[in-house]
Design a protein around this ligand. Structure first.
Ligand code: ZN
Ligand code: ZN
Length: 350
């Protein structure tokens, strides 16, 4: 009893001392944290291979733990971003992704939750790498207008960045974005990396794409937003990883009922509408099984689930539809496929 009391007093004393010294201690801890994080490069020391970083696993529904759609692919020395929704660039910057080295952004489609993060991504890539050409956007028709519109909207901002930091850091020719519309098929073939666009099913968004990425015998397929798609299953055949969107209709129906009960008819109509152009976890699992992919990763999680405790409820019957591992995606998860064909490795980087 006595010993416990002494221990409690010592603890309280230490707590008081820490609180009293919060200015110098806080500065010291900040200095250490900054020294270890500022300017760090996530890619330094990564083994050769195909790496998938989930930089946005959310949807337009607000989720405090998930940015909107974003997947980063690191293939050897190549950095490619697939979609950049709101919050995506912030995630990538926080994790030490050298955005100055991003070679292109591939857009699955032009829904706002897939493109809202482009302006900060373009800015960080521009000044991070003193880029002399605008950020290339590759995607379905309409991508040229999107790039031109964003570039125009940020003209004043770009001018001020150059005026402030100088043309050596922010070369005027590298500001903004350039769009290149592509048809389904092989759309990138550089540095041993091949990217193939696949037309998926997200009507009335036509066309909408998924992408397959191949590098040194390893492969990743990103579904984009899609309902059932035989073309995607065909293209995903035998892939190491399928990153598939997922919406749990049972949970979305709960939202619809709650919205209707509160008289929010407009929003309830939207939550009812979205069910038919996304796949449930069970349907995504069945598609992964038919395609024979080795690992299924769910992303674009709808509705927002508060923490991993709810993964099982979100997945429902999915584990019975697919033999392989199913990962419910979280922002900051990195999956690595070594070039030598070794096993998939997972790690959190946030
Ligand atoms: Zn969409
Ligand atoms: Zn979406």
């Amino acid at each position: 009893m006595k010993r416990r009391a002494v221990f409690a007093m010592v603890l309280a004393g230490l707590g008081l001392a820490a609180w009293a010294g919060r200015a110098p201690l806080g500065s010291m801890m900040m200095e250490r944290a900054i020294a270890s994080r500022a300017g760090q490069d996530l890619t330094a020391g990564l083994p050769d291979g195909l790496h998938v970083v989930l930089c946005g696993t959310g949807s337009p529904l607000p989720d405090p733990t998930r940015a909107e759609a974003c997947t980063l692919i690191i293939a050897g020395q190549t950095l490619l971003v697939f979609d950049a929704g709101d919050g995506a660039a912030r995630n990538l910057g926080r994790w030490g992704v050298p955005l100055g080295r991003v070679q292109a952004v591939f857009l699955t489609h032009l829904h706002s939750d897939h493109v809202e993060g482009l302006p900060p991504l373009a800015l960080q890539r521009w000044v991070g790498g003193a880029a002399t050409t605008p950020l290339p956007l590759i995607g379905p028709p309409g991508v040229e207008q999107l790039a031109a519109g964003y570039t125009m909207a940020f003209t004043a901002d770009a001018g001020w960045r150059t005026a402030h930091h100088g043309a050596a850091i922010a070369p005027p020719s590298g500001a903004g974005m350039s769009g290149r519309a592509v048809a389904p098929g092989l759309v990138w073939d550089q540095g041993g990396v091949k990217v193939t666009a696949i037309e998926v099913n997200h009507a009335p968004v036509v066309p909408a794409y998924g992408y397959r990425i191949d590098y040194k015998g390893r492969s990743v397929v990103i579904s984009g937003d899609t309902g059932a798609s035989a073309a995607l299953e065909q293209a995903a055949r035998g892939a190491d990883v399928l990153v598939h969107e997922a919406l749990q209709p049972r949970m979305v129906a709960m939202m619809t009922a709650a919205l209707e009960a509160r008289g929010r008819a407009n929003t309830a109509k939207i939550t009812r509408d979205i069910i038919d152009y996304h796949l449930s976890p069970e349907q995504a699992a069945a598609a992964a099984s038919r395609a024979g992919v080795k690992t299924l990763v769910l992303s674009h999680i709808v509705p927002p689930i508060p923490n991993p405790y709810f993964n099982a409820a979100f997945l429902g019957d999915a584990p019975n539809k697919y033999d392989g591992p199913i990962i419910v995606g979280r922002d900051g998860l990195m999956l690595s496929l070594p070039a030598d064909g070794g096993p998939l490795r997972e790690k959190m980087i946030n």
